[in-house]
Design a protein around this ligand. Structure first.
Ligand code: TXA
Ligand code: MG
Length: 329
C-alpha cells in the first residue's frame, strides 16, 4: 500500500480517507494514533491487521467535543461529565457503557467503550473533517513504543496506513490517562498526564469520596500484552541506584548501554555509554521517553538504564511505563 504523507493543512483530505473506510495516522497531544471511522467495523478490523494487534484489545474512540458523546456512549454518569468538563479536550480517556451501534471490532466485544476528546489542533481538525468518531490505538506495530513524532509514526506505519498526517512532536509523550466510571466510582486503569492528584481534586471539590489509591485494581485489557518497550533490555532503577547499576552493566564488554535520567551518569566507565538522554524535568522525561527508546534501538544498545522519577504527578505514569518496559509489569 502506498502511504500518503500529509501536512497539517491537508486534514480535509485525511477526513475523506477516514470517511471512505481508510486508515489515517494522526497526531494527538499524547502520542500518534492510527485512526479509522469508529462506525465502520471493517475499517476498524484493518487497524488490528495493520498493527498486528491482538483482537481482544479494544480501541479508544476519539470525538471532537462532549456534544458527540451521545453518539458513542449509551449513558454518561455525572462523575464522567465532570471529568470531561475539567480535562477535555486533553489526555483523558473515560470508559463508558457503549452505544449499541459501536461495532464489536472497536470494543473487542466489551459492553463498554473508551472515549477521548483530543486537544491537538490537527486531531481536532481531522475529527471535524471526518465528521465521524475516529477509533484509534497508538500508531506503532504491536509491542513497540508509541510514536511521539511524525518521523517515527511514518517509520512504523509506512505501507500499512493510507496516510500519515504531520503534527510535529507530541506535547505529553505518554498515552492518555484511562479511567472507568461506574456507579459514580472512579478508577484509574492507566496512569497518564491527567494525574491522580488532578482527578482527586476535581472529585473532592464535588464532595466525592477519595479516589482509590491502591495499585490499579483492573488494568486496561491492553496492558496485559507486552508493551512500551524498546528491543534493548530496560533496567529501571531508583535514583540512588543509578551509579551502581551503570558500573555493573558497563563492566561487561559485550554490552552497549544507553542511559536516560535526570542525574549526570556516574559509575565508571561512563565514557563508554553509547547514548545519553538527560531530561530537564518529569514532563520533559515523559515527552522524550519513547523517542529515546527508538533512538537506543537505532544505536544498537543492548541495555538501557533508566532512572525512575519520584512517584508524583506525571512521575507515576513514567514509573508505570518504565516498569512495564523492564518486564516487571
Ligand atoms: O493517548 C492515547 O490514549 C492514545 C491516543 C492515540 O489517543 N491511544 C492509545 O491507544 O494509547 P492504545 O490502543 O494504544 O491503548 C488503549 C488502551 C488499551 O490498553 C485498551 O485495552 C484500553 O485502552 N481500552 C480501550 N477500550 C477499553 C474498554 N472498553 N475498557 C477497558 N480498557 C479499554
Ligand atoms: Mg498502544
Amino acid at each position: 500500500m502506498r502511504t500518503l504523507l500529509l501536512d497539517r493543512g491537508q486534514t480535509a483530505q485525511a477526513g475523506r480517507i477516514i470517511r471512505g473506510g481508510g486508515l489515517v495516522v494522526f497526531p494527538t497531544e499524547t502520542v500518534y494514533g492510527l485512526g479509522a471511522n469508529a462506525f465502520d467495523g471493517e475499517a476498524c478490523l484493518r487497524i488490528f491487521a495493520a498493527k498486528g494487534r491482538p483482537a481482544d484489545n479494544p480501541l479508544i474512540v476519539h470525538i471532537a467535543s462532549v456534544s458527540m458523546l451521545d453518539g458513542v456512549a449509551a449513558e454518561t454518569e455525572d462523575a464522567a461529565r465532570r471529568l470531561f468538563a475539567a480535562f477535555s479536550p486533553g489526555p483523558l480517556t473515560i470508559i463508558l457503557p457503549r452505544a449499541s451501534h459501536i461495532p464489536d471490532a472497536v470494543t473487542a466485544g466489551l459492553p463498554t467503550v473508551g472515549v477521548r476528546i483530543p486537544s491537538h489542533p490537527v486531531a481536532q481538525a481531522l475529527l471535524d473533517a471526518a465528521g465521524v468518531p475516529v477509533a484509534a490505538p497508538s500508531a506503532n506495530l504491536s509491542g513497540r513504543p508509541s510514536p511521539t513524532d511524525f518521523e517515527t509514526a511514518v517509520e512504523q506505519m509506512s505501507g500499512r496506513a493510507d496516510a500519515v498526517l504531520d503534527g510535529g512532536a507530541c506535547e505529553h509523550g505518554l498515552e492518555s490517562t484511562i479511567v472507568r466510571v461506574e456507579a459514580e466510582k472512579v478508577r484509574v486503569l492507566r496512569e497518564g498526564a491527567v494525574t491522580r492528584e488532578m482527578i482527586a481534586e476535581v472529585l473532592s471539590a464535588e464532595g466525592q469520596e477519595e479516589l482509590p489509591s491502591e495499585a490499579m485494581a483492573a488494568p486496561a485489557p491492553g496492558m496485559r500484552h507486552a508493551h512500551y518497550q524498546p528491543r534493548a533490555r530496560v533496567v529501571a532503577v531508583e535514583s540512588e541506584e543509578v551509579p551502581e547499576a551503570l558500573a555493573r552493566i558497563l563492566e561487561d564488554p559485550r554490552e552497549s548501554v544507553g542511559y536516560i535520567g535526570f542525574q549526570a551518569p556516574r559509575g565508571a566507565p561512563v565514557e563508554k555509554l553509547a547514548e545519553i538522554v538527560r531530561p530537564a524535568d518529569p514532563e520533559d522525561y515523559a515527552r522524550r521517553l519513547y523517542r529515546a527508546f527508538y533512538g537506543f534501538d537505532a544505536a544498537g544498545c543492548t541495555t538501557v538504564v533508566a532512572e525512575l522519577p519520584a512517584p508524583r504527578g506525571i512521575g507515576r505514569a513514567l514509573r508505570d511505563r518504565l516498569r512495564r518496559a523492564s518486564g516487571i509489569g
